[in-house]
Design a protein around this ligand. Structure first.
Ligand code: MG
Ligand code: ZN
Length: 222
């Protein structure tokens, strides 16, 4: 079992390296969005597309076990999207992303958002060739999730605390959640926002701009 898992991950890592080179060759920033189901990944993407579409060409790969619902929401918001259905699979793998990218055809210098299947467990182990994993935690969840799912919070560059507009109605300790995330990953960046009301989105857009600049600089060095 362990040997099989190691073989699957090694094959995935090789595919991820190919994706990374392909993306760098086109100066594309790719981000891997991960969370539990319902944390607000698609809503954050819809809002980001609406707010940034005149500034940044955005393309989306939508991972779900079934349905084309989220891909349709993204297209309605104004960005090209390809839906990847994993069937019984509970995470995206690098070869699915490679196939998705060849269908999506993102333009040079664009941003590709990869919305992973809602799951805080195995997406942590599967590199897709992204520049960074963005983990989204909503305030309707428990603030102990970083401790329960440490691999994911360790693998992420940034934690987005979403649905902050609901804070007055829930027992969610923001400071505790941040302390828990930093306990497993002292370097993790943290943003608080509400994709629904728009509060805090400026700092998310600022982070995206920094990542774009860094991705372009890294691509020039290859
Ligand atoms: Mg979704
Ligand atoms: Zn899985």
């Amino acid at each position: 079992m362990v040997a099989l898992e190691a073989r699957i991950l090694a094959k995935n890592d090789a595919g991820a390296a190919k994706n990374r080179a392909w993306l760098a060759g086109r100066e594309i920033l790719a981000l891997n969005l991960v969370s539990s189901p319902g944390a607000g990944k698609t809503t954050l993407l819809e809002r980001t597309i609406k707010d940034l579409k005149d500034e940044v060409p955005l393309f989306v790969l939508e991972g779900d076990q079934a349905t084309a619902n989220d891909g349709e929401r993204i297209r309605a918001a104004g960005a090209p999207a390809v839906q990847v259905n994993t069937g019984t699979g509970c995470h995206l793998e690098a070869d699915m992303v490679a196939r998705g990218l060849s269908q999506l055809r993102p333009s040079a210098g664009s941003v590709v958002m990869i919305e992973n299947v809602g799951n805080l467990v195995c997406p942590a182990m599967f590199d897709l060739g992204e520049r960074a994993k963005v983990v989204i935690l909503s305030v309707t969840e428990g603030e102990d999730k970083p401790l329960k799912y440490p691999h994911m919070f360790r693998a992420a560059e940034i934690m987005v605390l979403n649905k902050t507009d609901l804070l007055p109605h829930v027992d969610f300790d923001v400071d505790r959640a941040i302390a828990n995330a930093r306990e497993v990953n002292p370097d993790i960046a943290v943003l608080r926002l509400s994709a629904r009301t728009g509060e805090g989105l400026d700092s998310w857009y600022g982070w995206l701009r920094e990542q774009r600049t860094a991705a372009a600089r890294a691509a020039m060095q290859i």
